[in-house]
Each structure stands twice: as structure tokens, then as C-alpha cells.
Design a protein around this ligand. Structure first.
Ligand code: FPP
Length: 246
């Protein structure tokens, strides 16, 4: 269960006098949801055929804003509450022995959101990396990032790179975070790199095939996702979809 302590930043983040109390009650509500979800997960785990688990699960993190709006909360609260869901998802995937987990956390399109929302999401990345990476490292999880890290504020780019470096020798679950990611951009990047190879005479056009193109993806070593999960919303998936899941 989420302790009031663990979520104290939610209380602190209230900007109006009434917000403190309202948000604290929301934590209580949230805790009861967590308890229910935990017992559902325990039930489902019993029914799982452990020999038929997917090798690579990809999840599009979507609906945080709507979740908050439906509860009369600011959209950024949805992102804050989402962190606990992410934590549970990563823990469960690790516990089940899923070898690869991809989370689409922030797309290049998301940069166009209101600046306050983008800053809040970046702050969440920072806080979450600081809090969770040591534990992920202890669990032998290897962290990868797919996306244009250079487009992030420098201090955040550094934090991601440090986390990647710290966990690079781990041989347990691979957690691939798509940050500043776009599936189309991944293809453009790969196409440019192939064109450069051809222009430099290191590759012939007729040698270009799926496998060669894949070599220029962010992480060619990742197997194709076999399960892509997204919330049931009429959303254009083209930004998040990895070329390898096409
Ligand atoms: C989509 O919900 C989610 C985001 C744009 C950002 C989520 C990122 C975090 C919660 C930080 C995660 C940190 C780590 C380290 C993984 P949405 O706002 O698009 O929801 P909507 O569909 O309701 O608008």
C-alpha cells in the first residue's frame, strides 16, 4: 500500500489552502484502489501459465490527464499518481520474469503541451530516477532509453545517462524507457544513417533490407514487442509505435 509518507509530496504540491485536505483524502481513496488492485493481481497470478508469458511487453502510458480530470484534479496529479502504477508494473514484470519491458513515457509530441505540464513531467522523471534507479540496479535491471535524450534539459539528460551507465552490466530484466520518442523519428534516423553508409560507399542500396535498417534503430538488440498495451482511447498510435512493432 502507498503510505501517506511516500505520497507526502502530493500534499505539499497543493497550491490553494483547500488543496492540502482534498489531496490527502485522494491518497486515502487511491490506497483503497491499490489494495483492490493488489488482490486482483494476486488472483490473476494464480491463473497465469508461466510457460506462455510474452518476452517483450510494451505499454503506452496514456490517460493520466483524463484520469485526473475525471476526479476534478489538475492534469499533473494524474502524472504523479501514474508513478505508483509504473512502479507496480515494473515490479510485477520483474517478478514474473518478463525479459523486456518497454514504457512509452514521453513522446516528441508531448513537448507541445503547456510548459507547466512539461516541467512537471520532467521533474517527475528526475525524482523517479533518483528514487528508483538504485533499487532497479539492486534487482539487476538494465535501463535503456529510446529517444532523443539530447532534446531534454541538460541536467535530466545527465540523470538518464548516469542511470544507463550504472545499470549497463546488469543481466536481468531490460527496462526500455521511450523518452523524447517518436516511431517516425526512429525511422527517419535509421533512413539517414543508411543513406550515409551508402554515400560513404560502405553499403550498396541493394543490401538494404529490414535487418540492415534495424541495425540503426535506437536499440537493435531489443526483440520485437509481442504485447502492446494501451488505454482504450481513440488515439493516433503512430508517434509511439516502434518500427519493430509495425
Ligand atoms: C500520457 O498521459 C503521459 C505522459 C505524457 C507523461 C507520463 C510521464 C510520467 C508520469 C513520468 C514517468 C517517469 C518515469 C521515470 C518512467 P496523457 O497526459 O497523455 O493522458 P491523456 O491521454 O489523458 O491526455
Amino acid at each position: 500500500m502507498v503510505s501517506a509518507n511516500r505520497w507526502s509530496w502530493l500534499e505539499n504540491s497543493g497550491s490553494s489552502p483547500g488543496a492540502h485536505c482534498v489531496r490527502y483524502n485522494r491518497v486515502e481513496d487511491f490506497n483503497s484502489q491499490v489494495v483492490k488492485a493488489n488482490s486482483r493481481i494476486a488472483e490473476m497470478k494464480q491463473q497465469l501459465d508461466m510457460t506462455r508469458l510474452p518476452r517483450h511487453v510494451a505499454i503506452i502510458m496514456d490517460g493520466n490527464g483524463r484520469w485526473a480530470e475525471q476526479r476534478g484534479l489538475p492534469r499533473v496529479s494524474g502524472h504523479r499518481y501514474a508513478i505508483e502504477s509504473i512502479r507496480k508494473t515494473v515490479d510485477l514484470a520483474h517478478e514474473l520474469g518478463i525479459p523486456y519491458l518497454t514504457l512509452f513515457a514521453f513522446s516528441t509530441e508531448n513537448v507541445a503541451r503547456p510548459p507547466e505540464e512539461v516541467s512537471e513531467i520532467f521533474l517527475l522523471f528526475e525524482e523517479t530516477l533518483e528514487r528508483e534507479v538504485p533499487e532497479l540496479n539492486e534487482k539487476d535491471v538494465r535501463l535503456l532509453v529510446s529517444g532523443e535524450l539530447e532534446m531534454l534539459p541538460q541536467h535530466l539528460e545527465r540523470k538518464f545517462k548516469d542511470a544507463i551507465e550504472l545499470t549497463k552490466a546488469n543481466s536481468g530484466m531490460v527496462l526500455n524507457l521511450c523518452v523524447m520518442y517518436s516511431g517516425r523519428q526512429e525511422m527517419v534516423r535509421a533512413a539517414r544513417a543508411v543513406a550515409e553508409e551508402v554515400a560513404a560507399g560502405r553499403m550498396k542500396p541493394e543490401q538494404i533490407d529490414e535487418r540492415r535498417l534495424r541495425d540503426f534503430f535506437y536499440h537493435p538488440e531489443l526483440p520485437d514487442p509481442c504485447l502492446l498495451y494501451t488505454s482504450p482511447s481513440p488515439r493516433d498510435l503512430s508517434t509511439s509505435r516502434m518500427p519493430s512493432s509495425a
